[in-house]
Structures are given as structure tokens and as C-alpha cells.
Design a protein around this ligand. Sequence first.
Ligand code: HEC
Length: 109
Amino acid sequence: MGLLVAALAMGCKSTPPPTPIANLTPQQAAGHAVFQTRCAVCHYDRQTGALHGPSLLGVFKKPALPSGAAATDERVTATVTHGRNNMPAMAGQMAPGDMDDLLAYLHTL
Ligand code: HEC
């Protein structure tokens, strides 16, 4: 109950919590590993608040990305591929399949 009240106070009322790490599918778990390697240095995934970039908690559960662009696979893929302002382009660093795994993980947040 205390946790629920805290969550409400933090404004998480309409977004369900992320899937627990232990419950991720193999693809989602692979995407978590990609996130840890490529994104975690600049983004929180399971808590609110900005690091170098905005938190990605609930990224696909909200109607829009922080920039206001639609929260779609295509838009997030483009952001990772081409970069955005202070976010570097990562097209050359992702192995084939990494992006699909990463998107699968981001959808659990
Ligand atoms: C070197 C730091 C850095 C890394 C690494 C990084 N990002 Fe970012 N990211 C940023 C910054 C800074 C922004 C804010 C850009 C802006 O809108 O000005 C951002 C913005 C975003 C946004 C919001 C885009 C929008 O339209 O609002 C998404 C989604 C995102 N990053 C996903 C990722 C993912 C997924 C990864 C890993 C593959 C990643 N980022 C890696 C720094 C980083």
C-alpha cells in the first residue's frame, strides 16, 4: 500500500509498472543486455528522472516521446540509428537483431 501511494505521488498512475527482469522472455532479456551496453550510460530504464537523456521508463506506454514525436518502433529506431541532438547515432554499433531485441525490451518498461 505504501508503495502504491508512493507510485501515485510520483505520477505513475496511468502507466503499469515494467515487467520484472526475472519474467522477461529470452528476446526481451537479450534486449535488456543491449540496453545495458548501449543505452544505460545515458538513460534510466526502470526509474524516472533524466541521466544524460530522458528516462525511458514507460516509453511505449506514453502517447509521445519526450520530443513530442509519436512513441512508435519506427521513431525510436530512427533515434537510435541517426541520433538526436546530444544523443549519438549508433547505427554502426548495433549487431543484426540488436534493434529488434532492444525494442522488445523497451516495450516491457
Ligand atoms: C551518450 C548518451 C546517450 C546514449 C548512449 C543514448 N542516448 Fe538516447 N538520448 C540522449 C539524449 C541527450 C537525448 C535527448 C535528445 C534531445 O531530444 O535533445 C536522448 C533521447 C532519446 C530518446 C527520446 C527521443 C525523442 O524523440 O524524444 C529515446 C527514445 C532514446 N534516447 C533512446 C535511446 C536508446 C534506446 C539508446 C540505446 C540504444 C540510447 N538512447 C542511447 C543520450 C543518449
